[in-house]
Design a protein around this ligand. Structure first.
Ligand code: PBG
Length: 306
C-alpha cells in the first residue's frame, strides 16, 4: 500500500508547546508541498520526565529515543526533533529525511537589560556547559546558575526574581511566542550557538523510501550543509574532548563558512577557529576544523560538565 492510501501521515512529536508548534509548522509545510494531511501524535520522552540535570543523565538522546522507538514500531510515520537534540552518531534503521530551512540559530539573553548592563554578581541561569563557559568568558563576575525545565519555566524564574536573567535559543523563544522576553541576541562572535541550533530534523524509518521522498520536499540543502559541518565538528571533538563546543556555519558568497570553538568551563580559555569551503564538502570541512582545534589543544580544555 502506498503512503497516499493510508490516510493522514502520523507525525510523532514531544508534547511541549515548543515541540508541538514546530511540528505543526512542519505539518503545514508538508501539506502545502504534497497535499497530504498530517496528524500530530504526542509522545512523552525521558527528557520530559527526568528530574536530573540533562548533563548528568548523559545529555544526548533523552528527547529523541522514545520518538525513534515509535518510528521503528511503525506507530508513527515520521518524527520532528530539534536538530540540536539529536546525538551525532547514526541510529540503526532511522534516516534523516529532511532538514527544513533553518530558523535564527543564535542564543538570546532574557532579562531586564543587555549582558553588559547586568550588575556585578547577577544570577544568570542556563543548563548548558557551552553557555556557561561562554558566559563566564564574557562576564567572569556573574553567578552562573544551573537550571533546567522548558523555556516557559526558565522565563518564570526571571519573572519571579529567582534569577536576574536566563539564556535561551532565539528560535525556541520565537516558536513559543516569547520574543518579548529577549533583551539581547548574542552575536556568534560573543556566543557560538550549539551545533544544529535553530534547525529541525525530520526522521523516518530508513526502509521507507516513499516517506523519504515525500519528506524530502521540505528539505533545505544549504541548511543541511550548515548543520552537517557543525555536527561533524561535534562528532569528532566528542571523541577527543568533553569541553563545551560551539559552532556556527552559514552561507557566505556561495561558500560555507564555519566557525567552531571549544571553551573551558571556567571561562578561562577558549580555542576558536574558522574555515570556508564548498557546501558539498560540509562534512570534510567540519572534520578538518575539528582536527585543527584538537591540534591546538582542544582536548586539554576538558572540564567537568556542570
Ligand atoms: N535543549 C532543549 C532545546 N532544544 C532546542 C531548543 C531551542 C530550539 C532550537 O534550537 O531549535 C531548546 C531550548 C533552548 O536551548 O533554549
Amino acid at each position: 500500500m502506498s503512503t497516499a492510501d493510508r490516510g493522514p501521515l502520523r507525525l510523532g512529536t514531544r508534547k511541549s508547546l515548543m515541540a508541538t508548534t514546530q511540528s505543526q509548522l512542519v505539518a503545514d509545510a508538508l501539506t502545502e508541498a504534497t497535499g497530504h494531511a498530517v496528524q500530530l501524535v504526542g509522545v512523552t520522552t525521558e527528557g520530559d520526565v527526568s528530574k536530573a540535570l540533562l548533563a548528568q543523565i548523559g545529555g544526548t538522546g533523552v528527547f529523541v529515543n522514545a520518538l525513534r522507538d515509535r518510528l521503528l514500531a511503525g506507530e508513527v510515520d515520521f518524527a520532528v526533533h530539534s536538530l540540536k537534540d539529536l546525538p551525532t552518531g547514526p541510529a540503526d534503521g532511522i534516516a534523516l529525511a529532511a532538514t527544513p530551512a533553518r530558523d535564527d540559530p543564535r542564543d538570546a539573553l532574557c532579562g531586564p537589560c543587555k549582558l553588559a548592563d547586568l550588575p556585578r554578581g547577577a544570577r544568570v541561569g542556563t543548563g548548558s556547559p557551552r553557555r556557561v563557559a561562554q558566559l563566564r568568558a564574557l562576564r567572569p563576575d556573574l553567578d552562573v546558575v544551573a537550571i533546567r525545565g522548558n523555556a516557559d519555566t526558565r522565563l518564570r524564574k526571571v519573572a519571579d526574581g529567582e534569577l536576574d536573567a536566563v539564556v535561551l535559543a532565539h528560535a525556541g523563544l520565537r516558536r513559543i511566542g516569547r520574543l518579548d522576553a529577549v533583551a539581547e541576541v548574542f552575536d556568534p562572535d560573543q556566543m557560538l550557538p550549539a551545533p544544529g541550533q535553530g534547525s529541525l530534523a525530520l526522521e523516518c524509518r530508513a526502509d521507507r523510501d516513499d516517506l523519504r521522498a515525500l519528506l524530502g520536499t521540505v528539505d533545505d540543502p544549504m541548511t543541511r550543509a550548515c548543520v552537517t559541518a557543525e555536527r561533524t565538528v561535534l562528532a569528532v571533538l566528542e571523541g577527543g574532548c568533553s569541553a563545551p563546543v560551539g559552532t556556527y556555519a552559514a552561507e557566505v558568497e556561495e561558500e560555507l563558512h564555519l566557525t567552531a570553538a571549544v571553551a573551558a568551563i571556567d571561562g578561562g580559555r577558549q580555542i576558536r577557529m574558522s574555515a570556508s569551503g564548498h557546501p558539498d564538502d560540509a562534512e570534510q570541512l567540519g572534520r578538518d576544523l575539528a582536527h585543527r582545534l584538537l591540534a591546538q589543544g582542544a582536548d586539554q580544555l576538558m572540564g567537568e560538565r556542570d
